[in-house]
Design a protein around this ligand. Structure first.
Ligand SMILES: *Cc1c(COP(=O)(O)O)cnc(C)c1O
Length: 380
């Protein structure tokens, strides 16, 4: 069986996790959390707060933006549930915007028509690690005085016009879930642009206390300062992430080479108009988070999934658009509201993509897929 995803775990991950256990200091913000902070700074010139997941990072952005009942928030429907849960949990209403056919990112030209006097923020998702059209989005945000949050869950190591995704907007959120490029099992990173708000975020992460300042030696006792919760991950998980960050270039190199192999093998099929491949705009880079194929229609996808299954290859699809999920319908959305989202969600399939996928496995996926597409071509 070729699974859809498999975490790449080596002796290095084992070594650091074991070392973390042996320090017997395994709560958050110990040896490995500090090493993660240092390597993020060194590799990406990035300052962020390690948190328990991208979902909790997103939750924290909704707290920092002070979103509440009566507020409206712009976001795509073609995304993972966490993007909208973050502000829905605070009572705000999701206002879904359709996607662009080529990138499957939120269509920046369709945002302005959805803005009302209740709109407070825009949550963008860099789908497949490929940047949204950020200049346009910032222009709208500025005009209507809206906060911008990047759900950069899939986007580590990817750029928009030379700027690291996750660092462009007021807040950015990364995921280190098992299915992302680098992993800590469950984990994430919150990036906060403003220094004052960064300090506030540190307190929210630490149960609303100023424990961080206490650790740094700035105060002799820490106390309850703001509403907060427990968003700081264990140092054991930080040890796992530290190893992955040291291996970042190696992991990325492998992912990119597999991505390119898929992309080359499918070029001809796109030219013949049988499928669509991922599109990377000039302003964006590709971090090889995902390889997807857009098939002719939903029925073709169903048959391809079946064919992959017969050949012991796991190839999933996503997402059920949020606006037609049971929760989306509670907000009054219905089928037909976002036609491009609905159509592309029904035609997309993802191929297995992870660092430890062997050449033999990649070749098998390509063989099964291209044979299927050749048959499709004859059928029409
Ligand atoms: C994976 C993902 C998340 C959630 O990340 P977790 O770390 O599992 O909470 C949120 N948004 C997007 C777009 C994702 O792909």
């Amino acid at each position: 069986m070729i699974p859809f995803n498999r975490a790449s775990i080596t002796n290095l991950e084992e070594k650091y996790v074991l070392d973390s256990l042996r320090t017997k200091k395994i709560c958050g913000d110990n040896k490995y959390t500090k090493l993660v902070d240092e390597i993020l700074e060194k590799k990406f010139n990035l300052r962020g707060l390690l948190v328990t997941s991208c979902s909790t990072a997103l939750d924290m952005t909704a707290i920092l933006c002070d979103l509440k009942k009566g507020d409206e928030v712009i976001c795509p429907s073609y995304t993972f549930v966490s993007t909208s849960n973050a502000f829905v949990l605070r009572g705000a209403k999701p206002v879904f915007v359709d996607i662009d056919k080529r990138t499957l990112n939120m269509d920046a030209d369709k945002i302005e028509e959805k803005i009302t006097d209740k709109t407070r923020a825009i949550y963008v998702v860099h789908y497949a690690g490929v940047a949204c059209d950020m200049d346009k989005i910032f222009e709208i945000a500025k005009k209507y005085n809206l906060k911008v949050i990047e759900d950069a869950a899939q986007a580590i190591g990817s750029y928009y016009k030379g700027k690291l995704l996750g660092t462009l907007a007021d807040y950015g959120c990364y995921s280190f879930h098992e299915t992302k490029n680098i992993v800590m099992g469950e984990g994430g990173l919150l990036i906060v642009k403003d220094d004052k708000e960064y300090e506030l975020a540190e307190m929210i992460r630490e149960k609303g206390t100023n424990r961080k300042q206490f650790i740094k030696g700035f105060v002799d006792k820490y106390t309850w300062k703001v509403p907060g919760s427990s968003y700081l991950p264990s140092d054991i998980l930080a040890a796992l992430l530290y190893a992955q960050l040291e291996r970042f270039d190696e992991i990325q190199g492998k992912r990119i080479s597999i991505w390119e192999k898929y992309n080359e093998a499918l070029e001809l099929y796109e030219q013949k108009g049988i499928i669509n491949r991922p599109y990377i705009p000039e302003y964006a880079t590709n971090n090889a988070h995902m390889y997807y194929v857009i098939l002719k229609d939903n029925e073709t996808r169903t048959r391809l999934i079946q064919r992959f299954r017969e050949n012991e290859i796991e190839a999933p699809f996503h997402y059920i658009p949020l606006h037609i999920s049971p929760m989306g319908k509670k907000y009054g959305y219905k089928e037909g509201d976002l036609p491009i989202t609905e159509e592309y969600a029904s035609r997309l399939i993802r191929l297995p993509l992870y660092a430890d996928l062997t050449d033999q496995e990649v070749n098998k996926v390509i063989k099964v897929l291209t044979e299927f597409l050749d048959e499709e071509n004859k059928r029409k």
